[in-house]
Design a protein around this ligand. Structure first.
Ligand SMILES: [Zn+2]
Length: 332
């Protein structure tokens, strides 16, 4: 095999296991293959062999250890996927205690592993989901207040609100299609695809993901969403935000060319909706209709898909240089 999916993962990224822990340990004496931290593989005097993939170890005649179950999604990955789906879908979001209980973990441990995996607390993640939902319904809602209620707000406030602050503009400016605003945008290549990131002086206002080579479609989407704004291509204005996206994406697996762009998200969404005990990678592969992609699925389960950050004031947008309106851009 020229390039195992595992070998593409960088080392030493916080939140992802070090390279050593991703390999598998074969113990010929027992005929088993283990995860590296399995006590069964760490007894003194055992001759062990490392394998890069589970399949390699199985081809060498070893069976998955029943104790560390290297052929199975870990309990922690399973719990995180379930928690993510709950926060994505449940309205209003459950509190930390009930969420931890629902996924069978101790509250403080859950809080810690969630933060390590997603780069933010469950509370912050829930806020981000609520902000995205608010934005999605703001245009069609009869009022800003109604949209806040519908997005899961208990006490709508439109000033200094952590949800409305994530629009990169006021809710009313958003409803008007960004009238009177200058929006800077640029493109970046991330594991999830080609990304368009756009911001006003107040912060990020759009982040779209598409296939590679779809810049024009992403730009059309931006023009349609902010149909009254002045759009301006500016890589330098958004450099710091793009750098933050790259650093966040660094430990995410890049799906192989034959897999769908949203492969990673699909694996996690599917896993998060399952109940019962943690499935094997082979079960997941079969149920997802991708029976030959067991290794890629195992890799996708190791880190959650990227959640795009919408931090307020994260973008230092320089207000200089020429601005170009939507009508002029088409001819540019
Ligand atoms: Zn084991």
């Amino acid at each position: 095999m020229a390039s195992s999916p595992r070998s593409r993962l960088p080392q030493g990224i916080p939140g992802s296991p070090p390279q050593d822990e991703r390999s598998y340990v074969g113990v010929p004496a027992t005929g088993h293959v283990c995860r590296p931290n399995c006590p069964a593989a760490q007894r003194d005097g055992l001759g062990v062999r490392r394998y890069r993939t589970l399949r390699e170890a199985q081809m060498a005649g070893l069976r998955p250890c029943g104790r560390c179950t290297p052929d199975r999604v870990t309990r922690q990955q399973f719990a995180l996927a379930q928690a993510k789906v709950t926060l994505d879908e449940q309205l209003p979001a459950p509190d930390l205690g009930s969420l931890a209980r629902a996924v069978g973990m101790d509250r403080s441990h859950f809080q810690r592993v969630f933060r390590a995996a997603f780069g933010m607390s469950p509370k912050h993640y829930a806020l981000q989901v609520r902000a995205a939902r608010f934005k999605a319904i703001l245009r069609t809602s009869p009022s800003v207040t109604q949209a806040l209620y519908d997005a899961g707000h208990n006490t709508p406030r439109t000033v200094y609100d952590p949800v409305t602050d994530r629009l990169g503009m006021t809710p009313l400016e958003y409803r008007s299609g960004g009238a009177g605003l200058v929006i800077r945008y640029t493109f970046a290549d991330l594991p999830g695809g080609r990304v368009l990131v756009a911001a006003t002086e107040r912060g990020v206002c759009a982040l779209y993901v598409g296939e590679r080579g779809t810049e024009e479609q992403l730009l059309t989407q931006l023009r349609e969403e902010f149909f009254q704004a002045w759009l301006m291509s500016s890589a330098s204005a958004l450099a710091s935000h793009v750098a933050a996206l790259h650093s966040q994406a660094a430990n995410r697996p890049r799906p192989a060319a034959q897999l769908p762009r949203d492969f990673h998200e699909r694996v996690w969404a599917f896993l998060g909706h399952l109940t019962g005990s943690a499935p094997t990678y082979a079960d997941l592969a079969a149920q997802l209709g991708l029976p030959s992609e067991e290794e890629a699925i195992a890799e996708a389960c190791e880190v959650p898909p990227m959640t795009f950050p919408w931090p307020r004031q994260a973008v230092q947008v320089r207000v200089s240089g020429p601005t170009v309106g939507p009508a002029m851009m088409r001819g540019a």
